[in-house]
Ligand binder design. Structure first.
Ligand SMILES: Cc1cc2nc3c(=O)[nH]c(=O)nc-3n(C[C@H](O)[C@H](O)[C@H](O)COP(=O)(O)OP(=O)(O)OC[C@H]3O[C@@H](n4cnc5c(N)ncnc54)[C@H](O)[C@@H]3O)c2cc1C
Length: 425
């Protein structure tokens, strides 16, 4: 394992950071004003996209599969520090064409799309001409267990007909969202096993019968690109819109999540770094009871714990990225669960400390802190709640212990206190 950045990555870090500081940050107030008015700031984002693309700061997340696509091909380990920088201004990912859920959808299409699907959907996504969403979760079933997904997909001759309700579908309200990658149940009637019942369909957002019911506010905040409720009523798409095989939806949805979680976690770490910077600066300048806040031991503890925890989390995420790159997403499953758990909890913890140091101001929109705390809270559900990841990690650990059951560890044997008889008492 060598986590030192290559000269190429170091150069990209400098370029992305400079782009963020010189071009994105100055546009942030305008972006926020649009967002507060409920309008999508295409005027702000589109010119920045063109600039980023012309500099080659484009599709940076996409691991190398084919040479001919646009963008700079990087491994997950190489991309991770760039995602960390983008995390500092959350909307900046779009400027570099590195936004979720497009990134995951692009990876899926990149690996599994037919030639026609590639032409129709992957090419415009890679060019940043359209956006997309991934529609899995449903209000009526516990969606942390993807085998529960109940939206019905029924084949009728050369078409599939979709009926169901989805919610929290990120990106569906973006004005350029043209594609929903929809997971539904196609195999219930055939009695297929729970993990082989689901199918992914590529559904154009303007298909008759598909309604955007509402953009669901999260923690009282309305994301302008949306976490949307979608209704599918007799939505009909050609069989050619199926992604992968019938019944392969669960496996494809799982494959989509590994690198995406690395991206989320690194952006999260960037946001925690920003919070630590702001908290430290505030601790130096704000005075109470004759002292700078940074003179108080509890504030120093918060700063020190935040520093150490962020550095720990970063190493864990880089390790998971390295394992995905070198051994594949399946081998890295437990590492990916671990980083998702750690980063989401880290974000709420560090942001909570930063808000406390800022006093009441920390709860207002005058700093990014409250918004970032809320996002950390949301991260404890999206891409799987904490408890599901804990269960994954614990089950792997228990399976290891089970494999060794029956043999007493030499460490336990050697640590047993001696029997009183052995001591001659
Ligand atoms: C901001 C945001 C964006 C999202 N974006 C998307 C998106 O783009 N597309 C999409 O499809 N979905 C999206 N989601 C939905 C998200 O993936 C689901 O909320 C998540 O999978 C949990 O499903 P659920 O809400 O139905 O909770 P449930 O499955 O009902 O679980 C409720 C609770 O039960 C507990 N629990 C569940 N399983 C276990 C277990 N094995 N052991 C112990 N406890 C358990 C957990 O505490 C969990 O929080 C998003 C969610 C949020 C908040």
């Amino acid at each position: 394992m060598d986590f030192a950045h290559s000269p190429r990555v170091t150069q990209l870090q400098t370029q992305v950071r400079r782009f963020l500081d010189d071009l994105v940050l100055p546009a942030n107030a305008q972006w926020q004003r649009y967002a507060a008015a409920g309008a999508y700031p295409l005027d702000v984002v589109e010119p920045l996209k063109r600039q980023a693309q012309s500099l080659g700061l484009w599709n940076l997340f996409l691991p190398r599969l084919r040479e001919q696509e646009p963008g700079t091909r990087l491994t997950n380990l190489e991309y991770a520090p760039l995602a960390e920088i983008m995390g500092r201004v959350a909307w900046s990912s779009e400027v570099f064409n590195c936004s979720a859920p497009d990134t995951g959808n692009i990876e899926l299409l990149h690996r599994f799309a037919s030639h026609a699907q590639t032409e129709r959907w992957l090419a415009p996504l890679l060019a940043g001409e359209i956006r997309s969403c991934f529609a899995m979760s449903e209000p009526d079933v516990a969606s942390s267990d993807a085998t529960n997904i109940a939206t019905r997909i029924v084949r009728e001759r050369d078409a599939y007909v979709v009926n169901g309700r989805k919610w929290f579908i990120t990106g569906a309200a973006h004005p350029n969202c043209r594609l929903a990658v929809v997971m539904g149940c196609s195999g219930e009637a055939s009695g297929a096993k729970a993990h082989a019942r689901h199918t992914l369909l590529l559904v154009p957002m303007d298909t008759p019968g598909l309604t955007l019911v509402r953009n669901v506010p999260v923690m009282q905040q309305q994301a302008i690109d949306g976490h949307c409720e979608l209704l599918f009523q007799n939505v009909r798409v050609p069989v050619a819109n199926r992604l992968g095989d019938e019944g392969a939806g669960f496996a494809l949805a799982q494959a989509r999540l590994g690198p995406g979680r690395v991206h989320h976690c690194m952006r999260s770490i960037g946001q925690c770094e920003l919070a630590l910077e702001l908290m430290s600066a505030r601790a130096l300048e704000r005075r109470a009871f004759g002292h700078a806040l940074g003179d108080f031991a509890n504030v120093q503890d918060w700063i020190a714990h935040s520093r150490v925890e962020i550095d720990q989390a970063r190493l864990l995420v880089l390790h998971a990225a390295w394992r995905i790159d070198t051994q594949g997403a399946t081998a890295a499953r437990i590492d990916v669960s671990a980083i998702k758990l750690v980063a989401a909890q880290l974000q709420t913890r560090v942001l909570d400390r930063a808000m406390q140091v800022f006093g009441a101001m920390g709860l207002t929109p005058d700093t990014p802190l409250a918004q970032l705390w809320s996002w950390g809270r949301a991260m404890r559900f999206l891409d799987g709640p904490d408890e599901v990841h804990l269960r994954t990690i614990a089950r792997a650990e228990l399976a290891r212990a089970r494999a060794e059951a029956g043999s007493t560890s030499p460490y336990l044997q050697r640590w047993m206190p001696p029997h009183p008889d052995d001591l001659g008492t």
